[in-house]
Design a protein. Sequence first.
Lengths: 565, 873
Amino acid sequence: MSLYSSIRLASNALRANEIGLAVVGQNIANANTPGYIREEAVFAPAGTERRGNLILGLGVRVEAVIQKIDHFLEERLRGAVSERAGGEALEQMYAQLEGIVGELSDTDLSTALNDFFSSIAEVLNQPESVSVRNLAMLQGKTLAQDVSRMSQRVRTLRADANKRIGDMAEDINRLVEEIRVLNVRIAETEGGDLSNSDAVGLRDQRLVALENLSRLIDIRVVEQESGGVTVYTGGDFLVFDGVSREVEVVLETDRGLNTAHIHLSETDSRLMPAAGELRGLIDARDTVLGGFLDELDDFARTLIWEFNRLHSGGQGLKGYTSLTGEHAVDGARLPLDEAGLPFIPENGSFQVLVRNRNTGMTRTTDIRVDLSGTREKTTLEGLAAALDAIDGLSATITADGKLHVQSDSPDHDFSFAHDTSGALAALGINTFFTGSSAVDMGINSAIARDPELFAASRGGIGADTDNAVDLARFLDLPLATRDGATLAVLYDRMVGEMAQGSTVAQAVAEGAKVFEVTLRGQKMATSGVSLDEEAVKMMAYQHAFQASSRFIATINELFGILVNL
Amino acid sequence: MAPIIGIPTTRISDIFLRERLLSQVQHDQLQIYKSQLQLSTGQRFQAPSEDPVAAMRVISLQRLLERKAQVQTNLVTNQSYLSATDTALSNVSAIVAEVRGVALEALGTTNTPEQRMAAAQQVDQALRQLFDTGNERFRGRHLFAGANTQLRPFLMADDRVEYLGDEKRLASYADIDLLFDSNVNGHEVFGGLSAAVRGSVDLNPVMTAETRLWELHGGQGISRGSLAISDGVSTSIVDLSGAETIGDVAALIRARPPDGRRVDVEITPVGLKIALDDAEGNLTIREVSAGTTAKDLGILREVGIGNVPVEGTDLNPVLRNTTLLDDCFGVRARTVVRSAGPDSDFIVEAQLRGGEWNGFSVQFAVDDPPIAPGNEYVSYDEDARSITVHVAAGQTRARDVVAAINDAGIPFTARLDPLDAVDDGRGFIDPAAHGETAWGAGEEFDQDSGVSVQNAGGWQTVSFAAAERVEDLLNLLNDAGIGLKAKINDQGNGIDVRSRASGVDFSVGENGGTTAAQLGLRTFTEETLLADLDYGRGVPDYAEGTDFTITRSDGVSFEIDVSGARTVGDVIRRIDEHPVNNEPGGVPLSARLAVAGNGIELVDESGGPGEVTVTRHMLSTAAIALGLIAPGEETSAPHHPGAVAQATVPSAGENNDLIFRALGHGTEWNGVQIVFEDAEGGEESSLFDQGAGRLVFRFDAPKTANEIIDMLASSGAGAHFTAELDPTHANDGTGEVDFGDPKGTMAGGAPAVLTGRDVNPQEVDGVFTALLRLRAALQQEDVREIQRAIDLLDDAALNLTFVRAEVGSRQQGLDVMQRRLEDEELVLREVLSVEFDADLVKVVSDLAGRQAAYEASLRASATIFQMTLLNYL
């Protein structure tokens, strides 16, 4: 060991501590940089020198500057981010849906329902009052509009979710490309195994990009020897070293919406993420909002059909003189249950009451709707012929396939009763509601024009209020087509499922959030910068630097002594 | 509560610290905002998802409250109707009480006619007041119109008040599922409708393929499930849930026979008849999974008895508006003739109802040489009760047979069996097939005669000739303009007719036929109780013996005692069966119900010269009560004289037309043929053969008309007949007569008839009848009727008391319900509040706690951030 080598040793130490201080400086500088991974200078004793039978150390050397990172934790964190992002997307959609439904307020659908049926109860109080019937009609209209508006708003929300899904393809492509480029640059910078150090800034960027991608879809990341990462989603890879795959939007039709689906362009296989915002939005669009729309449609259909069946068997304060059905058939010679009507009539019959307005005498005719299948089935043509054969009535089929019935003279009017077939309701004759789903629900134009046609009676025109008694308690009437469930139960089920789903989504999102924060905490424990810690390191490096400097001074003095000898 | 987040145990980085503190601050702020929201809205949660279980309870509570609010409105609204009704009723009671006083006063013997007229004026005034009350409107509703409140319920004419309303009540909801009646109708209060004239006659409509399943069992319907048909080897399940009519049921059963078998279904007039094909088997029909369909259809047979057809029980379809009159009053005998193969069965049915057409056999015959197809013909033998269709074996189709029978002019018709018909009966018949008519019952409906009805505006005939269906018949009655209300009765098997007109007599009688009796509508029948006659005053029996004496036109008289007779029929039989009346040598007088209108008729065929009279015993008024003698008279009004039978016998040429007449009245000589026969040299004679009903003149031509007159006068036949020259044109009787067999037939003979009054008029029981009757009685000074009117008034007053009590108790009930509803609402609101309202104390203390936590965490943050090693460097 010579003095020269001692000086070299000390200068090594100085350089090493300078590097150490530089790393501390980098860490302090990035103490608040999101996504920044704490760095550390790795010191190692320098090599040894053999002098005689002595082996002497050559001081210190900086082996590498590395990132303090736990790759396993990162992977878990990305998983948690996916979970959280998916959960949050769903939660937000639920929250918006709840906002639209607005249950618990005074303007919700259940209030509109109650108002409608209360207005019918009022008809029982004042059966003679046309204005009360008008009110019932208007409340029915409000209800129909509320249902329709709710359906429309949920559809809009669903379209928004769908648009976001469509837009997500671009985001995924951008992130995938970024990761691919970073892969290449990291490999170039790190030069494979040539350097022990990490291409720190680039890796940080890549980590951020990966996390951003995991927010959209759940991914699996595998680091390669080269320093590049392979990114998988499901069974497909998105990035493999310097290669990436693009995704594209494929449109399909579902419940009246052109739904966007994200496919890998190369293989045309659909991305089926298990988590991530995409998954959350798909769930929201297809299951939550789509499901709610289905239930709302189902609710509206049940209300329209069952209420109309009851209504069409009753009579108003006046009879009809002319009437056109609301629903058209595909063909007048098709059996009524195969004629493309939105509601399907069944084997049964109904009665037509033709009243002579001068004498008040009524003539009843049974009209058979034979759909038993044992004989030729009744067609609209047959039905029109049977109605046409009634004295005082003429029935025709309009050009667009609707039934038109008219009394032959102003002395006669007509009404309907006792429909066991549902044919009247299916054809939209003497009905209250029109439409066949939530979105097109409305009020029969005949009743809207003339509320006196509201069919409160069952014993003849204006004779009693027996039909209104049933109509008023319709909300509690067990419905045969719904296995005895009532409309109130259907509504409660719809709202209950939504509320329960929303609660679950919130809980899931909250859980994912907590998990993510916990993992992030753990990540920060490893990779986050602690200023105090850096200060300590800084002092240590400073003192080491000072000591090394002193050592050089001492050697220098020794040189001086030697020179001065 | 802030989420619990694990804190790393190894080291803490600054960024972790910062982020944790940030999220803590955010969380605290969020919680404070939530508390603030709870305070400002007063709600524990804003969206259902915050507490879905409570939210669902809240939704149902809110719904309940919203609906109870409507119930409250219902109660208040209807309370007002009932109050108005109560006020009106008290008004009516006051009027009735006042009128009763007036009437009682008028009964007093000291009253002058002027005073009675004044009383009548007062009654008239009361009548108008009541009429106005009956038509009272409150909040746009006619209080007493029944269910059709738009209608003005009462209409006044001179002698009557007509009720146009109905007997229904309006219902409104007094709770979610509780209906209460919100009005009383005019019939309940004022007695707007008479008691129903409802006959004992069950119109018993027959079952047809078009009979709806819900019409069966008197309208109760059947349960539409499935049934299992087995031949002992395999079983077939027939689902009848989609069936609407009996025809559907039959078709569905036919379509699903057990494997490899054929099941024939016949729709009989009462039920179903189900038979397996001729192969061996053990026919059973069972329920599926504890249903009742087979039992309801009357074809349940759980234990087989071989291949014996199942004869279903009577399914008793209800009478409906659209029931054809053709399908009532009895059944036409019929049989189904079945051949193997489709489209080959046909039904043979008698043209008329009645059991006499049962037991006719229908069979085929193959002639030798065989006839060509298309030439089928029928041989009909009424005595042997046989209908034979001559067919071409293997070539005759069902429709050919149907056409042959329908063209044969026999009292039977044929049609294809709709259950088997596929293509207009093109199936070939089996020459061995046969059938025997059965099910015939009842009698033809006398539709053309119509009924004679007395009601508003006197007697009027209602003809049913144009009616096809029950509804037409009802409409004809309702629309006759005489204040009738006809409907199908509550049991759904007959017709009720009631009067809407108070103050007039209401009767339904015959119009020369049997229509009223067949419909069961006659108000005066043999079953009518004597006690019910004369407005329920009955027939006073003079206990000492003879009540009245009947004298026939031949002078024979006999005494009738009505003691012990219960019904009109009893009296009629006493007259008919009286020994003196039936003594040999005379023609007995017969009593019967009037052929036209109502009343007892005494028919005297004896043809005697005298009057048929009824004379009452001085102390008995039974004959008056029975309508045979007018009130206040001793003897009956003049009888309707009979008519003699006569025949005009013209001959060629002039001065030779003769008129033959019977000497006595009555129907006995109707149909007697007058014959001029060539004696061919034999003895000339004029002979009357009573058994054959022939008056035969045998003579040798020429003979003049005058000579014929002499011949008759000088013969024994002259005791019964007389002849004269036809005076319608110049006739001196010198012309010669021609031979002829017969030359003429006698007609137009009628018995002398004494027709009694209708003594069982019905009337509307009610206050209007009482007042109208009272007014009339006062005007006519009829003390007896005044007394009756007072009784009617008393009944009406009693009825009013009941109605008022009911209205009162209903009002009370509404009050109770209203109070209960208020209590209930309180409870509901309380529950809702527990579920939904924010607990302000809790929220405020939460807020304070959160505020403290927030402040503490801010302070802690500041402290933590201040502490750094760098400060010490």
